[in-house]
Design a protein around this ligand. Structure first.
Ligand SMILES: Cc1cc2nc3c(=O)[nH]c(=O)nc-3n(C[C@H](O)[C@H](O)[C@H](O)COP(=O)(O)O)c2cc1C
Length: 371
């Protein structure tokens, strides 16, 4: 089970040990070298709608990813509908089935489940550690969702960073009100959510984190983070852009200030495409972890130090995806991302229009010797 202080232990053992402070101009990178250095940083696969599903999580975990998030799930749908639970959340197969069956007697069931599998729940052996990200606007609904999911995951994260325009394909504009990045302007609502989950999930080790964007006025973000900490949040992930920024440079300096303003662990997010980027961002921000989305889509092996997706990783994706029965579109999209940097324009023209799993597998066998 991952605990918030797991982040801190590493710091004490190595880079942040007082003995290592003040050694002239040496950076931690100079002192420990890149491989040891990046072992100190918790490396996280970001929540990604449509992409950070079980099969992809299994892949990145093979390549030094320490912690994975599910795609964002709308808490109200999850609580209301068995169908939504089944389609939105997949973890180890047997557990998914149990989750589907959770009905009105879920509390009793959950207790039974925990007592039967104590001390080591089944999910520990496969899709772990796992954070389930929810979008919610009512604290009680979020707490209900957290109670349902708690036997199957290590914690929940509250999406407080999704700009409104990103909701359109999901639920339409009207539904967007009150969700996502709105919460950075409603610190009390966010606090209430954190507290309700803390009060209602029985497992004290279950984490409750938030993922935010920054404000134009950074002091407001600092206040928000301090309020989140006071409410009992386990850690805070900061995408260093404001809600209107898309491709502008990430404000790593802002993340650094936030890190200095709270005691809970902080995770930096935004524009890291290689392990070198991870190191550089860490040198600037000194956060406890880094979270990566698009960099991992392009190269799921990036946390293991690969500059571009190795063929071995593509082979692993084929094996894992086929084993999980990944739908064709998802299987193919991931391959298009992974092979973007290693295929020519001409190859893309052929590969990107393939229309079945067998056609893709045949293509990769004939052109790359993959099985
Ligand atoms: C395809 C895709 C799906 C995303 N889905 C989510 C999501 O479900 N929840 C969330 O908080 N952020 C989501 N994001 C935002 C990322 O988690 C991340 O904050 C953002 O992409 C910046 O990180 P990056 O530069 O490493 O990509 C998504 C991003 C992408 C590219």
């Amino acid at each position: 089970m991952m605990e918030p202080h797991d982040f801190v232990d590493d710091r004490e053992n190595l880079a942040f040990h007082p003995e290592h402070q003040g050694e002239g101009d040496k950076t931690d990178l100079d002192r420990f070298g890149p491989i040891i250095y990046t072992r100190l940083i918790v490396k996280i696969c970001a929540p990604m709608v449509r992409y950070s599903k079980l099969a992809f999580r299994t892949l990145v975990r093979k390549y030094n990813c320490d912690l994975c998030y599910t795609p964002m799930i709308i808490a109200a749908d999850f609580v209301r509908s068995v169908k939504a639970r089944h389609s939105e959340f997949t973890t180890h197969q047997a557990l998914s089935k149990l989750l589907t069956e959770l009905g009105p007697h879920m509390v009793a069931f959950r207790q039974l489940y925990i007592s039967q599998h104590s001390p080591k729940p089944m999910f520990l052996s496969c899709d772990h550690p796992l954070i389930v990200q929810f979008a919610a606007k009512e604290a009680q609904v979020l707490a209900d969702a957290a109670c349902i999911i708690s036997p199957f995951a290590d914690g929940i994260d509250i999406n407080c960073g999704c700009p409104q325009r990103h909701w359109k394909p999901l639920r339409g504009w009207a539904m967007a009100e009150g969700y996502g990045a709105c919460l950075i302007n409603r610190p009390e609502a966010m606090q209430e959510m954190v507290k309700q989950v803390r009060n209602q999930v029985e497992n004290p080790m279950f984490s409750v984190s938030v993922k935010i964007r920054i404000h134009n006025d950074l002091q407001r973000t600092v206040d928000l983070c301090q309020k989140a900490e006071a409410a009992g949040v386990s850690w805070i992930t900061v995408h260093g852009r404001n809600v209107d920024e898309r491709h502008q440079p990430v404000h790593y300096d802002a993340i650094k200030i936030i890190k200095q303003s709270v005691s809970v662990p902080v995770v930096a997010n935004g524009d890291m495409k290689s392990l070198k980027d991870v190191e550089n961002v860490h040198q600037i921000t000194r956060t406890d972890g880094v979270m990566v989305a698009r960099g991992l889509l392009a190269n799921p092996a990036m946390f293991a130090g690969y500059e571009e997706t190795p063929l071995k990783c593509i082979q692993d994706w084929i094996n894992i995806a086929l084993e999980h029965g990944t739908p064709f579109t998802c299987f193919h999209h991931h391959l298009m991302y992974m092979m973007e940097r290693i295929t020519s324009k001409q190859e893309k023209k052929i590969f990107n229009v393939l229309s079945s799993t067998s056609a893709v597998v045949d293509y990769l066998r004939e052109n790359y010797g993959l099985q």
